[in-house]
Each structure stands twice: as structure tokens, then as C-alpha cells.
Design a protein around this ligand. Structure first.
Ligand code: CMP
Length: 139
């Protein structure tokens, strides 16, 4: 079925001017960008978004990184968008990512891994609502 998922192009990627190349990978996989904006999070906002990870040892590193430069937040729409997006991103750790995936091609490390994507339908809904109003999503 047609689904929506939430995607972030992270600071390591925006700094290296990879927004277009990463977006092209999603589009080539059949996903459509139905909402997109470039923003610069505060560390507090990054912490709110990643609240589920707040007990993890890497939480401080993660939120500092996510607030270190602009990010591009997007809503991607398409057939099985959640799984498709995860396939195109590749494994969280670039050392384990398959050939041709975004993280294999562009990610620098497990932290500076270029992209985030929702891990399921419930998180997709929550994460989209965190950044976008319905009016900003144009299918
Ligand atoms: P993301 O999909 O954005 O969700 C949580 C993020 O935490 C994950 O991608 C990684 O970039 C990051 N992360 C996971 N494990 C580590 C780690 N060991 N050190 C630093 N960052 C991590």
C-alpha cells in the first residue's frame, strides 16, 4: 500500500552538499518527496526528537551532532515507503551497509551516518507530526 515515511538528511551530509545526491537515491527508488525543509535544530529539540534514546550512552553525542549544522527533514511517499526507505539507507553502521546504499556511499561513521528514516508505521506518523503540519505535506 502507499505509505508515508519520515527522513532526515543529517549534518554530515548537508555540510558536504549531498542533499541532492541523497534525495536522488530516494527518487530513483520510487519514493516521492511530498514535504521538505531545511532547518537547524537546537540541542534541546534534537533531544526531544530522539527522546527514545535518552538513556543510551551515545545520546549526548547524537544530540550534539544533530544540532551541529542544518538538516533537511522530508516526508517520502510511495509503495511500502518505510521498508523502501530503509533499504535505500542501508545499515545504521556504514561498515555493515550494502553496496549502493546511501550509508555505504556517503556515511562517515555510525554516528555521522548521513540519514535517518522511520523504523515503522507508528514512528513514521509521530516523526512526521513532530516536524510537519498536514498543510505542508502535498502529495
Ligand atoms: P538514527 O536512525 O538517526 O537513530 C539513532 C541514531 O543514533 C542512529 O541513527 C545513529 O546515527 C546513532 N547511533 C547509534 N549507535 C551509535 C553509537 N554507538 N554512537 C553514536 N551514534 C550512534
Amino acid at each position: 500500500a502507499t505509505q508515508r515515511t519520515f527522513s532526515i538528511i543529517k549534518p554530515d551530509a548537508t555540510k558536504r552538499n549531498l542533499t541532492g545526491k541523497i534525495t536522488a537515491k530516494f527518487e530513483e527508488a520510487g519514493l516521492r518527496v511530498v514535504a521538505s525543509k531545511r532547518i537547524h535544530l537546537t540541542k534541546a529539540q534534537a533531544g526531544e526528537f530522539y527522546a527514545v534514546h535518552k538513556e543510551r550512552p551515545f545520546f549526548d553525542e547524537l544530540t550534539t551532532f544533530m544540532a551541529s549544522a542544518p538538516i533537511v527533514v522530508q516526508v517520502l511517499e510511495g509503495e511500502d515507503a518505510i521498508a523502501k526507505n530503509r533499504e535505500v539507507m542501508g545499515a545504521t553502521n556504514p561498515a555493515e551497509a550494502d553496496e549502493g546504499t546511501i550509508r555505504k556511499e556517503f556515511a562517515l561513521s555510525i554516528g555521522e551516518n548521513s540519514v535517518h528514516g522511520s523504523d515503522g508505521p507508528d514512528t513514521a506518523k509521530e516523526e512526521i507530526a513532530f516536524f510537519f503540519s498536514e498543510l505542508e505535506i502535498v502529495g
